[in-house]
Design a protein around this ligand. Structure first.
Ligand code: E4P
Length: 217
């Protein structure tokens, strides 16, 4: 399973990259605003900086909601850097734009997926990735991981190559469950990724090893 980090925070992106396990970055307008990155020029420069830090794919979201606008913005974003993936909302014009981009060799991430039907359309439009938001479904008493399983089944039935990018991951158990289900990618916060390392027996064992080593020194 690929690990993406879901943030526009450069320190966190650098820390995840330094761990050596980072496969990419997802951003959205809210994550940009959270870091105080506003205005087209600043946002574009931020994408370029992120691409310089990481080796993998970097999702950059279009703001337009009409086909022509999405194509215009998406082509400009894709031209910024080969690692850019154009992130498009799963609305009718978004599906049309996804098909256009896939026909023209531009990578896409169809976002705001909350149902298997939306996931099916994204795959048929040739999306590179599509992002079901599991945490936001859990927030409203709906089974986010259940949706990932459903999409996995549908994609495997027909051999769709669109990668299931489990998004809105909130904690380490989400990451583990996504891996068990067979999500292709998960995107989550650095805290959830680092949470995978935590085990008290590791800490106790390491402390003991160091104590025993020092007995002879
Ligand atoms: C996906 O790409 C989104 O950026 C993100 O995962 C949304 O997560 P949230 O529900 O924590 O805002």
């Amino acid at each position: 399973m690929k690990f993406f980090i879901d943030t526009a925070n450069l320190d966190q992106i650098r820390e995840a990259q330094a761990l050596g396990i980072l496969d990419g970055v997802t951003t959205n307008p809210s994550l940009m605003a959270k870091e105080g990155i506003t205005g087209e020029e600043n946002i574009i420069n931020h994408y370029k900086t992120i691409c310089d830090i990481v080796d993998g794919d970097v999702s950059a979201e279009v703001i337009a909601t009409d086909f022509e606008g999405m194509v215009r913005e998406g082509e400009a974003l894709a031209a910024l850097h080969p690692q850019i993936v154009v992130k498009i909302p799963v609305i009718a014009d978004g599906i049309k734009a996804c098909k256009y981009f896939s026909d023209n060799g531009i990578k896409t991430n169809v976002t705001l997926i909350f149902s298997a039907g939306q996931a099916l359309l994204a795959a048929k439009a040739g999306a590179t990735y599509m992002s079901p938001f599991i945490g936001r479904l859990d927030d409203i008493s709906t089974d986010g991981l259940g949706l990932i399983s459903e999409i996995r089944l549908i994609y495997d039935n027909y051999g769709y190559e669109t990668q299931i990018l489990a998004a809105s991951v909130r904690h380490t158990m989400h990451i583990l469950d996504c891996a068990k289900i067979g999500a292709d990618v998960m995107t989550g916060p650095l805290s959830a990724i680092k949470g995978l390392l935590k085990h008290p027996l590791t800490d106790i064992g390491l402390a003991q090893f160091l104590e025993d080593y020092n007995k002879g020194n």
